[in-house]
Design a protein around this ligand. Structure first.
Ligand code: AMP
Length: 552
């Protein structure tokens, strides 16, 4: 950005150094803060931060000995593990780019992303060998595959393996001479899937990730949010391939918090780790928390999760879900961001006067989209790009600036310019800003239901329906209607499938909000369907594209 101002710039003395912001410093900080704190992987391994640092050094030796160089792109296909955490550091620290492959995409999309990213080396868990084998001949740039094996069985595969992770790691020296380099070097790259077209690559530099980590650390220690410090135990339940598990592994490392990696998400293992490792904080999408609070073992009180803090993002946190969690002693907060934004943009930090109040007073604040975190500039604008008043009512598109937003879609000029039109990153979300500066997402632009000239927020309707005691999960979409353009339709999963709520009952529940003036009568769904399951995306969000198709 150019500026007409000419502020004073003073020359540095020739001997002065201005060190670049490097991911390596996040790791050093954690080891200094809490060198003895453990990094845990399922019930399979446990070692200290000091050992974690050595393993990162060994991995750097391993990769460079296999010919990986600065500027190369290295793909990782693994479940959430201590290995993945080591890749978060070692790969960018040698100047290479970490490509976190979304293993839940369809094989042809995985192939597209690995080809488009120009991956030259692949680390893969043995579970993904059958997926990769048929793709390998279409990925001629890949020089070698490093296998992460846990089953103890000899791998029989057609892939050109260079060896097994642990075996090769054990043969490497403990200390690697990491160099510093330009902080604007790309550190990570991954793909986001939209409703149309091929997946889009977003990428983040060392400088961006360091700044994002510092801001996240700041907000995680702010009164009214307070989630993480080195005395806490952290376990992600957002895959590490999805926006670096929201950057929290970097933040937890900076602080020296104990980290627990659950591998493949299996309900029994997750619950076991939550209990035995006494996990303080996790983060996940609302659908996943919903699964946890609906599980028999939890509702029956056999497993006690009280004291667990869960940061919810990726979709709005419905008040009904936050209350159900609270009744089980689980504390929830929400935050907002997207793949393009590294991701953190806002966090639902409780205002000082609310932080001391009872739960019912706090509930709507916990579920708000949140306050912009430090360095994030957010505007809600009308169709001509004019900022709207902070009145909690004027609805417009959210556009943002921050020092950690992807500067383009990788090798996609047109879509990049569209994303960054008029110098702001356009989120595609519609929202309001209130007098206190809190953002409230109302919907994705494409999910807003337009009925007879009125706009209805599908999120608001989901929030209200979720407050019915018999509802476990709900999704609302617009369906075409000749007279009104669109009308709302809701898919509802019953809390107790043997005693599903009556449609009339649900409508009566919503009618109360109509009478209170919270929603207009057009918001009453035209269709209310009880279903066993709601379609989800590769990262566990409600898949509205598929829901609309199925309803049509
Ligand atoms: P993704 O890039 O897949 O992580 O999706 C980002 C999108 O998820 C955002 O643009 C929002 O539409 C939605 N999202 C993320 N966090 C929230 C939140 N706290 N409330 C409402 N929507 C959210």
């Amino acid at each position: 950005m150019t500026s007409p101002l000419q502020p004073k710039l003073l020359p540095a003395t020739p001997a002065a150094e201005d060190p670049p912001m490097m991911i390596a410093d996040l790791l050093r900080s954690g080891v200094r803060m809490a060198g003895d704190n453990p990094i845990v992987y399922r019930d399979l391994s446990r070692h200290s931060y000091r050992e974690f640092e050595k393993r990162v050094h060994r991995l750097a030796h391993l990769l460079t000995s296999q010919g990986v160089q600065a500027g190369d792109v290295v793909a990782v296909l693994d479940w959430d593990s201590h290995r993945y955490l080591e890749c978060f550091f070692a790969i960018p620290m040698i100047g290479a780019v970490l490509h976190t492959v979304n293993v839940r995409l369809a094989p042809e999309q995985i192939l597209y992303t690995m080809d488009h990213a120009e991956d030259v080396f692949v680390l893969t868990h043995e579970d993904f060998l059958p997926l990769l084998e048929p793709l390998a001949e279409k990925l001629p740039r890949v020089k070698g595959y490093l296998l992460c094996q846990e089953s103890g069985q000899e791998a029989s595969t057609s892939l050109p393996l260079v060896g097994e992770y642990e075996q090769l790691l054990a043969q490497q020296p403990d200390s690697y001479d990491f160099q510093t380099f330009d902080e604007n070097a790309v550190a990570t790259l991954f793909y986001t899937t939209g409703t149309t077209g091929n997946p889009k690559g977003v990428f983040f530099t060392h400088r961006q990730l360091v700044l994002h980590t510092l801001a996240e650390a700041n907000i995680f220690q702010t009164p009214g949010f307070q989630l993480l410090d080195r005395s806490k135990v952290y376990m992600p339940i957002t895959p590490m391939f999805h926006v670096h598990a929201w950057g929290v592994p970097y933040t937890a490392t900076l602080m020296g918090a104990t980290q627990v990696y659950p591998g493949r998400y299996e309900p029994e293992m997750l619950v076991k780790l939550l209990v035995t490792e006494k996990v303080d904080i996790s983060h996940c999408v609302p659908t996943l928390l919903n699964m946890v609070v609906s599980a028999d073992a939890i509702t029956s009180g056999k497993v006690d999760l009280s004291g667990w803090h869960v940061l919810i993002g990726g979709s709005a946190l419905p008040q009904g879900l936050a209350r159900k969690a609270w009744d089980l002693g689980i504390d929830t907060r929400s935050a907002y961001g997207m793949s393009e934004t590294c991701p953190l943009l806002t966090a639902a930090v409780l205002p000082e006067d609310i932080a001391e109040a009872d739960f019912e007073t706090q509930l709507p604040w916990r579920c708000k989209t949140g306050l912009p975190v430090p360095f994030v500039d957010i505007q809600v604008v009308d169709e001509s790009g004019q900022p709207l008043p902070h009145d909690g009512e004027s609805v417009g598109e959210v556009r943002v600036r921050a020092p950690w937003l992807t500067q383009a879609y990788y090798k996609e000029e047109e879509r990049s310019e569209e994303l960054w039109r008029d110098g702001w990153l356009h989120t595609g979300d519609v929202a309001t800003l209130d007098e206190r500066g809190f953002l409230q997402i109302r919907d994705r632009i494409k999910d807003v239901i337009k009925t007879g000239g009125e706009w209805i927020s599908s999120l608001e309707l989901e929030n209200l329906i979720s407050q019915h005691a018999e509802v476990a999960e709900v999704a609302v979409v617009g369906i075409a209607n000749d007279q009104w353009g669109e009308r709302p339709a809701a898919l509802v999963v019953a809390r107790d499938p043997s005693r599903p709520p009556e449609t009339a009952d649900l409508l009566e529940h919503l009618q109360v909000f109509v009478d209170q003036g919270r929603i207009n009568k057009w918001a009453l769904p035209e269709k209310l369907l009880l279903v066993e399951e709601i379609p989800k995306t590769s990262v566990g969000k409600l898949n509205k594209k598929v829901i609309r198709q199925e309803l049509a």
